[in-house]
Design a protein around this ligand. Structure first.
Ligand code: COA
Length: 504
């Protein structure tokens, strides 16, 4: 029977095993922690909870840097315990979101490829402790990550101390999947030697000086399952429109049925859109994404995928059991990279990605808001969407045309917060249809967006705004005093709908 210590192959490191409580006791007020974890996958689990427990009898605050959102309700527990001073670069937790929006904790909403650069150049940090989940430690002291790489390698390299959490519930079959590559310092680095999505360019684990490993704890807990909901009628329609667009690109000779490496963002909508490719004619697909959700594994099952590169694997409970129960079937196709590499502008532009991300809302000119509800309240964060949108061959945003039973139109006169400017948005898709904005001037975009993407219940209102805006002139016509009137109406009256002849 496998013993825990067999997972620590480096002889000297076997001596460093401690309890999570002991490891957490090293962390003191004001420290900065770099935790593993990316969209609920591969997060350090025991030390964070031991830290939360300490907060029952002690008052302290720490800064929490991660790859992206954490699972296992760790962000909930952190937020409820009130121990986080500053959090970056992404979160997706309702309780934490509430604290951020109340001003009780600070949140830096950061492009996910940027955190590593900021740590490397010592703009943020120093990191006192990196706490990293692993499946094992190799004979030569390499840390073998589990279901995400995220920012773990940059944290390990730059932290003063490292605590490793070896999770016995994570399969050792994950070893060999990772491809850890460090870009080196800006100004001194070479081109990243990746020409194809499935090129391996690094090592299979995180190489650090074993002396930095202050302690090793054992855990035995699976990742939290993803929270995506199954495709519905609207998301299936969106998938259909997107496929129609891609077929048009093939007819125009700009793509083949192998498409181009695909990136699909977090969330139910992006997952459903990829799911829609299962019954398509597309074949031999390469996925070069940040997160692999259920749909990618469904596409592998359908024989559609040649390779799938990511920095984390986040699955529903059912899919997790299926994938790890039959892992050999998927193993050869998978590569897991640091998020700096999965989201690197150089690679995204070189490979010519097709990027599909989700918007909360977009405006009649194609500016996209992915993060701030009604312009002020943080939802999750920009995540990797900006890394991809700015650099992809095709930057696609999807969203349902209405939210909250139609009280909200996702197509508005002026986006109440802009994460992706009109310059970085190529195609917008809703269940109504798609608008291909490439090469179009602002005034050419408006009719397409209103007619193809807006919900019929809001089209007349949008036209009324635009017609009045046209009387003011401009490259991008607007009525500034009315630009946010829809959001104001929502706040005051609980809906964006207004009779056109009563428009304020
Ligand atoms: N105004 C206010 N709320 C809106 C809205 C709008 N225009 N559009 C959608 N919503 C609400 C929905 O009603 C839903 O609310 P609920 O949680 O109370 O049910 C919530 O936003 C999520 O919307 P949903 O339609 O379920 O989409 P999703 O699960 O796909 O999430 C984002 C959408 C935008 C929140 C999510 O994709 C995100 O955080 N994106 C930014 C990060 C990113 O793109 N990363 C990708 C790189 S990998």
């Amino acid at each position: 029977m496998e013993t825990k210590l067999q997972r620590i192959k480096h002889p000297a490191l076997k001596e460093r095993v401690v309890t999570p409580e002991v490891a957490a006791s090293w962390i003191t007020d004001g420290m900065t922690l770099g935790l593993s974890g990316f969209t609920r996958a591969g997060d350090a689990k025991a030390v964070p909870f031991a830290l939360v427990k300490r907060a029952e009898t002690e008052t302290f605050k720490v800064n929490i840097f991660t790859g992206a959102s954490l699972g296992s309700d760790i962000d909930t527990a952190f937020a409820e315990a009130g121990i986080v001073g500053k959090r970056l670069p992404f979160q997706a937790d309702p309780v934490m979101r509430g604290k951020i929006n109340n001003g009780d904790m600070l949140f830096v909403d950061q492009h996910l490829s940027h955190t590593a650069e900021l740590v490397r150049s010592e703009v943020i940090g120093p990191i006192d402790f990196a706490v990293l989940e692993a499946v094992s430690i190799s004979e030569d002291g390499m840390i073998i990550p589990s279901t995400s790489v995220g920012n773990s390698s940059i944290f390990a390299e730059h932290a003063k101390n490292v605590i490793v959490e070896i999770n016995m519930a994570q399969s050792e079959m994950l070893e060999g999947l990772h491809d850890i590559y460090d870009t080196g310092k800006q100004g001194e680095r070479q081109p990243i030697p990746m020409m194809h999505p499935d090129d391996r360019i690094g090592t299979t684990g995180i190489r650090i000086n074993p002396e930095k490993v202050r302690g090793i704890v054992f855990t035995n807990q699976l990742d939290s399952p993803s929270t995506i909901v199954a495709p519905d009628a609207d998301t299936q329609l969106m998938a259909g429109h997107l496929l129609e667009f891609l077929r048009e690109e093939i007819r125009e000779g700009r793509l083949t049925d192998k498409l181009a490496p695909l990136q699909s963002g977090i969330g139910s909508v992006a997952n459903a859109v990829l799911h829609g490719m299962i019954d398509s004619e597309f074949t031999d697909l390469d996925v070069y994404s940040e997160v692999l959700q259920d749909a990618v594994f469904d596409l592998i099952d359908a024989g559609k995928v040649k390779s799938a590169s990511c920095c984390s694997i986040t699955l529903s409970e059912e899919k997790m059991a299926q994938v790890f129960g039959d892992f050999e079937k998927y193993r050869d196709k998978l590569i897991m990279r640091p998020q700096e590499i999965s989201n690197h502008p150089e690679i995204i532009r070189r490979l010519g990605l097709i990027s599909i991300n989700t918007a909360l809302e977009f405006d009649i000119y194609g500016n996209v808001n992915s993060t701030h509800v009604s312009g002020t309240k943080m939802m999750n964060g920009i995540g990797g969407s900006g890394d991809f949108a700015r650099n992809a061959r095709l930057s696609i945003f999807v969203t349902k045309s209405i939210a909250k039973d139609g009280k909200i139109s996702s197509i508005v006169p002026f986006a109440s917060h802009i994460d992706h400017t009109e310059h970085d948005v190529d195609i917008v898709v809703t269940e109504q249809g798609y608008a291909d904005l490439r090469g179009l001037a602002p005034r050419e975009r408006v009719p397409l967006i209103i007619e193809n993407c807006a919900h019929p219940m809001y089209r007349e209102q949008l036209w009324a705004y635009y017609q009045e805006a046209l009387t003011r002139g401009g490259q991008t016509p607007h009525i500034l005093e009315k630009a946010f009137s829809w959001h104001i109406n929502l706040k005051q009256n609980g809906t964006m709908t207004q009779k056109v002849d009563e428009l304020v």
